[in-house]
Design a protein around this ligand. Sequence first.
Ligand SMILES: [Zn+2]
Length: 169
Amino acid sequence: MANSSNDRLGFCTRCGEYLKEEASICPKCGFVLKEAIPPLDPFPSRQKVLGSMRSTIGAVCLVLSGMIGLTMSLFLMVNQEAIVAEIARVYGDQIGSIEEAVTFLMVFWVVSGVMALIGGYFAAQRRHFRIVLVGGVFALGTFGMVFLEGSIIGLFGLILIWLSRGEYR
Ligand SMILES: [Zn+2]
């Protein structure tokens, strides 16, 4: 199959002589082509596409996880009184310490959720790998309503981001 992109590339920048792709010196005029134009890649390799998909899905996972964390926190905030009263009724514990625990969880989920969102934001742009990693670790703390879905999605995102670390600037 002919690669048409090669026909448009590989001309000497001084005399216009057609060059083979790998030429670094023009055979006609001897001009040293310091920075040869890299060949166009009309069909990005499968590996590249997969890698790019990995980081994108990883970013989406962190954002989802962050939203779950914030939702959990909001849920606690709205239902705080009822939840505290219910725990106190079931376990007969002191209201004060239950309130403290619930407040701690609220703050914990807000922080986890926000950090996961920040991580997801930078992951989408393939920037600040360390911040993305930190966001991914916080995403593990978002838990979830039913079966730790926030944490599991966060872990999945963290693994995908680690696997696509080569894409970061
Ligand atoms: Zn030349």
